[in-house]
Design a protein around this ligand. Structure first.
Ligand SMILES: Cc1ncc(COP(=O)(O)O)c(C=O)c1O
Length: 373
């Protein structure tokens, strides 16, 4: 049996009529950039978050740096985040011209550890950038409390957690801005690149709208800006898919529960930790080998047996060759948890359209490997 890592085409087949209808509508409208489908999707996406504004942009990385720029974050400022995230979190801070300050992650959730943040704050600190890693919310109430004490901005990197919730908070409720990616493999993914900024702040909304469109809010009138817009064809795909996101998150959670039950007796790996009361939407189902030296062995075994397991992210940002490329960067305190996560993580196949046979086959192969070690 072959178990794929992604289910994009299965998903397309399941809701083909809805996607095709929206694509047809855009094609027939003749308006493909900043047209009515984008406006419709932005309204739907803001409503999904229970927030006032959503702005479609070119990708999730742009969503981050456009937000930083709209919030006045730039050269001389420091932003606190983690090294065990996708590279773009730090890259966007650097694009905005600011310095990245890395603190350690929580040993269980792998999201930023709020207990490490305060020691990293200096007079230059401007913002905290928590990542809802793998689809589980960071500890936003603790982060908000620190931000309030030190008058910091909070920008949520929610590329991986659309539809997730905390115990008593929603995404967006405890921050200034939420940034999202719609790249193909995300929980809400289009057939290419896309991203969005979601906020209740009218000033951020108008500034990101200006920046994404060549600094223009009125035809032929420009100030310095960029070109980063979500195309209407992508907005049409996303509008069709958004109607299914809660049911897809439920399926992801169902497959996660099946993995966790099947692997409960495994002694050489650690299973994902769900913070009690949180709705983890399992963008990724990430196990860790207790011995880092077992990671490549288990990954290779799964791949040789037709299971397309991967790693997110095996090289932490500060471990990348050439880091930090002349950019401003500081590691505040030891970061053993982020480094352990990078050294031992394995992502098992996880998408709503998986089958029970595929999940059970993956479980069986991991247990088989365990016995042979
Ligand atoms: C945590 C995180 N931040 C930012 C991004 C950047 O998004 P994009 O690839 O759409 O630029 C991604 C995904 O790619 C991500 O996983």
């Amino acid at each position: 049996m072959n178990v794929p890592f992604y289910g994009h085409v299965r998903q397309y087949h399941n809701i083909k009529a809805e996607i095709d209808a929206n694509l047809q509508e855009v094609l027939e409208s003749g308006q493909y950039v900043m047209g009515p489908m984008l406006a419709r999707f932005e309204k739907e996406f803001a409503a999904f978050h229970g927030m006032r504004h959503a702005i479609g942009v070119g990708n999730g990385t742009d969503a981050l740096w456009l937000s930083f720029m709209a919030l006045g974050i730039g050269p001389g400022d420091e932003c606190i985040t983690t090294t065990n995230t996708f590279f773009a979190t730090a890259e966007a801070i650097w694009i905005a011209g600011a310095t990245v300050v890395f603190v350690d992650s929580d040993p269980r959730t792998n999201c930023i550890d709020p207990a490490r943040i305060e020691a990293a704050i200096t007079p230059k600190t401007k913002a905290i950038v928590p990542v809802h890693l793998y689809g589980q919310c960071a500890d936003m109430p603790a982060i908000r409390a620190i931000a309030d004490r030190h008058k910091l901005l909070v920008i949520e990197d929610n590329a991986q957690g659309i539809g997730a919730r905390g115990r008593d908070f929603r995404i967006g409720q405890l921050s200034d801005v939420v940034c999202t990616s719609f790249i193909i493999q995300k929980n809400l993914g289009t057939f290419g690149d896309g991203g969005a900024v979601v906020t209740n702040r009218a000033d951020v909304d108008s500034e990101v709208r200006r920046l994404r469109n060549h600094g223009s809010v009125k035809r032929s009138c420009h100030s310095m800006g960029y070109n980063s817009r979500l195309d209407d064809l992508h907005a049409g795909v996303l509008s069709a898919k958004l109607k299914h996101i809660d049911e897809w998150s439920d399926l992801r959670r169902q497959w996660a529960a099946r993995y966790s039950a099947g692997l409960a007796g495994a002694s050489r790996i650690t299973l994902p930790f769900e913070t009690p009361g949180y709705r983890h939407v399992y963008h990724l189902y990430v196990i860790e080998t207790k011995a880092p030296e077992h990671r490549d062995a288990l990954l290779g075994f799964l791949n040789r047996n037709g299971i397309d397991a991967k790693c997110h992210y095996p090289i932490a940002i500060h471990q990348q060759e050439g880091y930090p490329w002349g950019k401003g960067a500081r590691i505040a305190g030891p970061i053993p948890c982020s480094e352990r996560n990078a050294a031992s993580c394995i992502s098992l196949p996880m998408f709503p359209e998986l089958t029970a046979e595929e999940v059970d086959f993956t479980i069986a192969k991991i247990l088989e490997w365990e016995k042979a070690v």
